[in-house]
Design a protein around this ligand. Sequence first.
Ligand code: SF4
Ligand code: SF4
Length: 82
Amino acid sequence: ALLITDECINCDVCEPACPNLAIYMGPEIYEINPALCTECVGHFDVPQCVELCPVACIPIDPNHTESREELQAKFEKLTAEK
Ligand code: SF4
Ligand code: SF4
């Protein structure tokens, strides 16, 4: 999963672009729910939030590093739940 750092300027661009609805407004800045973020695997070739973020504040979440296979499995689980 990816993580939004405190450099976020709350520009609102990433939230509607997330195919997994993983991005939400937290107490101060936007946040990513790691249970829902597939790093866009299954939907797009590149993370949409990273593509759009004007301040490049969305790195890999060091507490939620996942292989491509794990991300694909998460995507399939999330899709099956819909
Ligand atoms: Fe959503 Fe993709 Fe960004 Fe993860 S990488 S928060 S799935 S837009
Ligand atoms: Fe914050 Fe970047 Fe999302 Fe804008 S695109 S709300 S700066 S994380």
